[in-house]
Design a binder for this molecule. Structure first.
Ligand SMILES: [Zn+2]
Length: 375
C-alpha cells in the first residue's frame, strides 16, 4: 500500500527546523508540540476581567509572515518550506448583547443673582451598552447622542426704564402680625411679596386670602420650614407640593414661586423638583430682623443698602415681629423719598426683561420630552 505512505517535509518554527507530515494543520502541530511552550490568552469579560485563564487563543501563529486567525488553525495545512512564528495567544472577549440606553442630562448653572429659574430644560442622550453573555457585566460603550444639560440661571433683576424699583418680601407667615403689616402696606398704597409657609397658611387661612385679595404677590416658603438639602427627594417634593396645596386652599391662588427656607436650594434640589416650581427667590438685602436689632436698625439696613432691583428680606411670622411692624412705615416712606417704587418680585422680573413669561407668571410647564437630571 505504498500510496498511503505519508511524506514528511521540513518547515521552520521560530527559526528552528522541524520535519512534519505534509499537510498537517496548524492546530495539530500546536497540539503535537505543546504549543512550543507559549502561553494561551484568556477569555475575558466585556469589562476586561478574566473569565477563564487560558480560555483565549491557544497561540499567535503566522505562516510566511501572515497571521493565521485562531479560528482557521484547523483548516490551515502546512507545506514544505513554510516558516512559522509561534508566540503567546491573545485574549478573547466573551460574546455580548448590545443595547441602547438613555443617558440622563447633567445640570449646569449660569450667572449669579437672587432669582433662580430653569433657562434650559434637559434632554436625554443615548449610549450603547454591552452586556457580557457569560459575565453579565454591563459596560458603557460610545455615546451615540449627547444629552442636553438642564441650565439653572441666576439673575439679579435690573429694571432699565430709568426708574428705581425695590421689592419688600415677608417670610414665615401668615401669623398674628401679618394683619398689621397688611394694614400698613394698604395705608401706604404699596405691594409686597409674601413667602408663606403651607402650615401657617392652613392655620391662618383668612390672612393668607387677604394677602392675595389686597393685590400682594403670594409665594411659597414651603410647608414646614425644613432645611431642604437635608431632606429626601420625596420629602422635598412634598414640602413644595403640600405648601402649594395649602396656600391654594386658603387663598385660591396656587404659587409656583418659592423661597427655600434659609435660601438653601442647591442644584440637587433643582434636579429633584424643577417640575414643581417656577423660580426660587433669594434676597439682596437682609434686614436681620429675626435678631430683633431694633426697628431703626431694620429700617437703616434697607435704606442704606437700597438699589434699583433689590429684593429686601423681612419676616411677618416665625417669631415676635413687632420691630418689623414698627420699622415698616419708615422703610416705605424713606424708600419713596429716595425715589423708589415698591413693587412685587414678579413686577421686578417683568421690568428686567430677561425672565421668560412662564417664570414671571408662575405657569411653568415642563416641555414635552424634557428629562430631569439624575439626583
Ligand atoms: Zn424662613
Amino acid at each position: 500500500m505504498w500510496w498511503f505512505v505519508i511524506r514528511t517535509v521540513p518547515v521552520t518554527v521560530n527559526a528552528q527546523e522541524l520535519n512534519v507530515h505534509e499537510g498537517v494543520s496548524v492546530e495539530q502541530l500546536l497540539e503535537d508540540n505543546d504549543a512550543f511552550g507559549v502561553t494561551a490568552g484568556n477569555l475575558v469579560s466585556v469589562g476586561g476581567n478574566v473569565i477563564t485563564e487560558g480560555g483565549g487563543a491557544r497561540a499567535t501563529v503566522s505562516v510566511n509572515g501572515e497571521e493565521v486567525p485562531a479560528d482557521q488553525f484547523a483548516q490551515r495545512g502546512l507545506m514544505s518550506g513554510d516558516e512559522l512564528e509561534v508566540s503567546d495567544g491573545t485574549d478573547v472577549q466573551e460574546e455580548y448583547e448590545e443595547s441602547v440606553e438613555s443617558l440622563a442630562p447633567g445640570l449646569q448653572t449660569d450667572g449669579t443673582g437672587a432669582i433662580q429659574f430653569v433657562s434650559q430644560w434637559g434632554q436625554a442622550g443615548e449610549k450603547k451598552v454591552w452586556t457580557g453573555k457569560q459575565s453579565e457585566e454591563k459596560v458603557d460603550k460610545e455615546v451615540t447622542k449627547e444629552p442636553v444639560d438642564m441650565v439653572i440661571s441666576y439673575i439679579n433683576p435690573k429694571p432699565k426704564d430709568g426708574n428705581k424699583y425695590l421689592a419688600l418680601t415677608f417670610d414665615d407667615g401668615p401669623s398674628k402680625y401679618t394683619g398689621q403689616i397688611l394694614d400698613i402696606l394698604k395705608e401706604k398704597g404699596v405691594h409686597a411679596t409674601f413667602y408663606n409657609l403651607g402650615q401657617n397658611a392652613e392655620a391662618n387661612a383668612a390672612l393668607c386670602k387677604r394677602v392675595v385679595d389686597e393685590g400682594h404677590e403670594m409665594a411659597s416658603h414651603t410647608n414646614q420650614h425644613m432645611n431642604l438639602p437635608n431632606e429626601s427627594r420625596d420629602s422635598l417634593r412634598n414640602e413644595i407640593s403640600s405648601a402649594a396645596d395649602r396656600i391654594e386652599q386658603a387663598s385660591g391662588f396656587r404659587p409656583q414661586m418659592i423661597r427655600a427656607p434659609y435660601g438653601a436650594f442647591t442644584t440637587t434640589e433643582w434636579a429633584r423638583s424643577a417640575d414643581l416650581i417656577s423660580c426660587n427667590v433669594l434676597w439682596n438685602i437682609d434686614t436681620l430682623d429675626w435678631k430683633r436689632p431694633g426697628a431703626d436698625a431694620i429700617k437703616q439696613e434697607v435704606l442704606s443698602n437700597a438699589y434699583n432691583g433689590a429684593i429686601a428680606l423681612m419676616h411677618d411670622g416665625g417669631g415676635d415681629r413687632t420691630q418689623d411692624i414698627e420699622a415698616l412705615p419708615g422703610i416705605i416712606d424713606g424708600l419713596k423719598e429716595a425715589g423708589y417704587k415698591l413693587v412685587t418680585v414678579k413686577e421686578l422680573m417683568k421690568l428686567d426683561g430677561r425672565f421668560p413669561d412662564d417664570v414671571i407668571n408662575g405657569t411653568v410647564k415642563v416641555p414635552e420630552g424634557a428629562v430631569m437630571p439624575e439626583a
